[in-house]
Design a protein around this ligand. Structure first.
Ligand SMILES: Nc1ncnc2c1ncn2[C@@H]1O[C@H](COP(=O)(O)OP(=O)(O)OP(=O)(O)O)[C@@H](O)[C@H]1O
Ligand SMILES: [Mg+2]
Length: 251
């Protein structure tokens, strides 16, 4: 496994995405995640540095705004523009929501969901709907809403054998990460597209639970603070969705 070192401690590579490498280590005595954006060799160095700096700033700002909006996000410790990285709180004892759903939502022999899975999905959908409504009510667009960009912390990883007591799965256990594509100024269309990105990602990652998105969207509409704007978002969402469908049909 690749490692890198800082002046204080060794950081270990834990993930490599399309835009960044992610390391885990200790910074000022705290368990820390360091996200380092690669250089884009095809771009002029000055331009690349400027765009990367803007992206890092936007990511930090969005994390902080989301926290101020009442959404659980990692604490930001430091941004280093020269080294193109952000140091943030490493969320301990957490699992990706994608893996949690895969492990805990099961079919009960036939093709229907087990009752306990339906209950669990309702809890998850309520949390996600509440979180996205909080973000959008404060004009924060995440830009990459998927179950791979949400962590679930401090919950029993295997609920499937339980009888349906999900008291430990509350909204504050859901930690939103990866604000790399986020914006904090936004239009009704941006919000509709943010929701559509989520719908598409759920239908490919969790095709076994087709109702998940509509449950999330119901809670979203209940929690969105500005009723009139919420209606506009729903109308726009339908437009975005039908444009998307047409595009899929044309191929
Ligand atoms: N604060 C954090 N605490 C714990 N784990 C984290 C944290 N941030 C990110 N991770 C882990 O690192 C992975 C990659 O992080 P992130 O999604 O921010 O980067 P990315 O480059 O966009 O990756 P991808 O392209 O896979 O989405 C996450 O899926 C998660 O498993
Ligand atoms: Mg990610």
């Amino acid at each position: 496994m690749t490692t890198t070192t800082t002046t204080t401690n060794a950081f270990e590579l834990i993930a490599q995405g399309a835009e960044a490498r992610v390391y885990k280590g200790i910074y000022l005595g705290r368990s820390t995640l360091m996200k380092e954006r690669f250089e884009k060799k095809y771009r002029h160095t000055d331009l690349d540095n400027r765009l990367t700096k803007d992206r890092i700033k936007a990511e930090c700002r969005a994390i902080l705004r989301a926290k101020a909006a009442g959404v659980t996000t990692p604490a930001v410790y430091l941004a280093n523009f020269q080294r193109r990285c952000i140091y943030m709180e490493y969320i301990e004892n957490a699992v990706l929501l994608k893996e949690f759903i895969e492990k805990n939502v099961s079919k009960s022999g036939t093709d229907v969901l087990a009752d306990s899975s339906t209950l669990l999905l309702n809890v998850i959908a309520d949390a996600l709907g509440t979180i996205i409504a909080k973000l959008h009510s404060k004009n924060i667009i995440h830009g990459d809403l998927t179950t791979s960009n949400i962590l679930l912390k401090n919950v029993n990883e295997h609920h499937s054998t339980d009888t349906g007591n999900y008291d430990d799965v509350t909204t504050s256990n859901f930690v939103v990460i990866d604000f790399g594509l986020a914006r904090i100024e936004s239009s009704v269309e941006d919000k509709a597209v943010d929701l559509y990105v989520l719908e598409r990602s759920l239908s490919s990652a969790h095709s076994e639970v087709p109702l998940l998105f509509s449950k999330i969207f119901d809670t979203y509409q209940k929690c969105y603070t500005n009723r009139n704007q919420c209606k506009e978002i729903v109308t726009k969402y339908k437009e975005v969705q039908s444009r998307g469908r047409k595009r899929l049909m044309i191929g």
